[in-house]
Write a protein that binds this ligand. Structure first.
Ligand code: DAH
Length: 371
């Protein structure tokens, strides 16, 4: 609201006071709206311009129109007012930059809101979530554990004895400055999600069925198929009378759920310290349908074999149960199976991406494809 000089009828002390206060209030309001040099100039002219500025008008209207006996009082008041307005106009000049800034920052709540683009789920997270949900539907619950873990959980309690050569297969990143600690207490970046098997068995008595998605680290130089940080999904089922048949049936079902009902599974003997017997599980190539060929071209993802390696698995080694025996895992009474797979590798295959680095470079043009 802009100010227009009113005619004064009430020349009493309170009448004058009210008129003066109203004038000052509106001058302050107008000063706060000044946002650039041009506005500042017209603001100044409007209030203190010689010819027809507000102060000149007040002089004319209020003083000349004052009844004789109020002239003195009105004169004092108008002089005070003039001084105050002069100050305000000067301050507006001095602070014109600030005024501009504050005007620019003022929020117009009547404007429509800014639409923020909703991000897309990362392909690795999506793969992981979908795989986890296959197991959740089978009654598995989700567990997790620390990424920085101890040698004990990452190796020792998983039946990798100190100096066992199997440790070398997992190029471990150790936290520096731990030499003074006993080996089992030394911190490292977990090289797999398997330590969460032990951590969960310490917390929960059997029977258990858990899936463990998470990040792991290895000292691998980055290339198209390696990344020093990647993602695994681990699984563990422990109960009385769990057999290798349960392992095969569960994983075969899970792969059909995940890749489609036409895939087959194949188990080939392998070695992991924490499972006995151990196996690698392959699924028939869901790209070439198991033929090893795409038209007349060789199928690259399965290297023409018709099979793709998906995970490691096996029956939990009784030595592992020994570490959690006191929590109900007597190896004579319980048995179980475990498995672990790389979420990134599965995402590469599933979405036909040929370089794992693309997953971690954060290039929006790449990630937008999943939006
Ligand atoms: N932890 C293994 C690795 O990172 C994968 C693995 C193999 C997990 C067999 C398991 C298993 O639970 O039973 O290479």
């Amino acid at each position: 609201m802009t100010y227009t000089v009113p005619k004064l009828t009430d020349y009493s002390a309170t009448g004058l006071e009210k008129a003066v206060a109203e004038c000052i209030r509106l001058c302050i309001d107008e000063a706060s709206l000044v946002s650039d040099d041009a506005e500042l100039k017209s603001f100044r002219d409007r209030w203190i311009g010689r010819k027809n500025g507000i102060l000149t008008q007040i002089n004319d209207l209020w003083l000349k129109g004052a009844p004789k006996d109020a002239k003195r009082e009105a004169g004092i008041r108008v002089n005070e007012l003039k001084a105050r307005i002069q100050e305000l106009v000067e301050a507006a000049h001095v602070g014109s930059d600030e005024n501009a800034a504050s005007a620019a920052e003022r929020v117009d709540i009547t404007l429509p809101g800014l639409r923020r683009p909703i991000g897309a789920e990362h392909p690795v997270m999506r793969t992981s979530r979908e795989m986890v949900s296959v197991f959740q539907k089978l009654g598995y619950s989700v567990a997790d554990g620390p990424v920085v873990d101890t040698d004990y959980y990452n190796f020792e309690a998983l039946n990798f004895p100190p100096n066992h050569p199997a440790r070398d297969t997992q190029d471990t990143l150790f936290i520096a400055g731990q030499q003074s600690k006993p080996q089992r207490e030394r911190l490292l970046l977990r090289t797999h999600t398997s330590p969460v098997q032990i951590r969960t068995m310490e917390q929960m008595r059997p029977p258990i069925r858990i899936v463990i998605p998470g990040t792991v680290h290895r000292n691998d130089p980055p290339d198209a198929s390696h990344s020093p940080m990647f993602h695994q999904i681990e699984g563990l089922a422990v109960d009385t009378n769990i057999t290798f048949g349960d392992l095969k049936g569960t994983l075969d079902h899970a792969m059909k759920e995940f890749f489609g009902s036409s895939v087959k599974t194949s188990f080939r003997p392998s070695f992991f310290p924490f499972t006995e017997p151990s196996a690698e599980m392959y699924v028939s190539c869901f790209i070439c349908g198991g033929s090893g060929k795409r038209g007349s071209d060789p199928c690259r993802p399965c290297k023409q074999t018709g099979w793709i390696e998906i995970l490691g698995c096996g029956m939990v080694d009784p030595n592992v149960f020994e570490f959690v025996k006191d929590n109900g895992y007597d190896p004579k009474k319980v048995s179980g199976f475990a498995f672990g797979m790389g979420a990134d590798r599965i995402a590469l295959l599933k979405y036909g991406v040929d370089d794992i680095q693309l997953f971690f470079q954060g290039d929006v043009r790449f990630l937008q494809q999943w939006a």
